[in-house]
Design a protein. Sequence first.
Length: 406
Amino acid sequence: MKDAAPRPGHTSQKAHMLNFKTLFRAPESKASRTAQVLAFESCGRARWTPRDYAALAREGYLANAIVHRAVRLIAENAAACSFLIYEGAQEREAHPLSRLLTRPNARQDGATFFEALYAHMLLAGNAYVEAVALGDEVRELYALRPDRMKVVPGSDGWPEAYDYSVAGRGVRFDQLALPVPPILHLTFFHPLDDHYGLAPVEAAAVAVDTHNSAAKWNKALLDNAARPSGALVYSGPEGAVLSDQQFDRLKRELTDTYQGAVNAGRPLLLEGGLEWKAMSLTPKDMDFLDAKNSAAREIALAFGVPPMLLGIPGDNTYANFQEATRALWRQTILPLAARVGASFAHWLSPQFGESLRLVVDADRIDALAGDRAALWDRIAGAPFLTLNEKREAIGYAPVEGGDRLE
């Protein structure tokens, strides 16, 4: 027998439960989709980029003072740059994007977020930013580790998705999501790869290995009383050799009595026709310090940092420290920050408008104060410009009565 149809105006118990859940459901919240994956970080590591990011970071940033300082010098200064927000030609001081970049998420301030972003680009050649949206509005930004991200190319060759994986667990970010794609992929140019960028530390990998090997060789030399390796040659009667007992005793005495830094300077007592002969080149023959400093200069060259700023002697092509600092800002930091700002503006333009522009505020950079003063002097000394034209040339708004020659 079929169930009787519900009476008109009658609401079933199931419908009541659905209405109750709708009214009293938990409020919406925003959080990174990778948060649940990050909890399993200690269980393993995925390496999906074409190069071994972990090895480059370990041998470079973690074990090499030149790489470490170069990355920090660029990343920290670039992260300290302020962005001016323009809509067309009009500057916007109070803009929602400014608040988002100042505090991208609940755990990081803007400087910390951008420092990690720039460091990822310098060590991996790639940086990934996740946009967390509430509805159609981006509310938070997260910098994701590049060695955990994999590009999923579409039929047209462009990325259609990104896979983020840790310890066998993964999250897929569909780039066709609207209005703002969930992932911003920042790269350095790579001539042989369509999707992944080339890291400066990879271009300097040979120099990094040379510098690290020189440091390890120097440490081992100091541990052995600053003497190069050699051999004990037995020149006894013809055809005579050391017995096994004599050989073991000699080896034990050398290890216990003469090896190590605590035995530095102790004379070697030879008997029974033994003679010491050095087997390796001296540090002078190897040009030890020159080779190490040359490798350090190559590392600095790959990162675009003047050697003078890293304490590397020789080949100082700058007259003073101030000129070297200005060169670092003009040739390395400002182009990098401007590129990242343009990428953010293009990525977030569906939400904030197609005319959005992010411009680095160079007037707040103390290292460029001399360039700014020279510009003001040139503008002020131009008699063919009106007051408002002079103000416009240096980035200021016009004033009333300024359309006249002084």
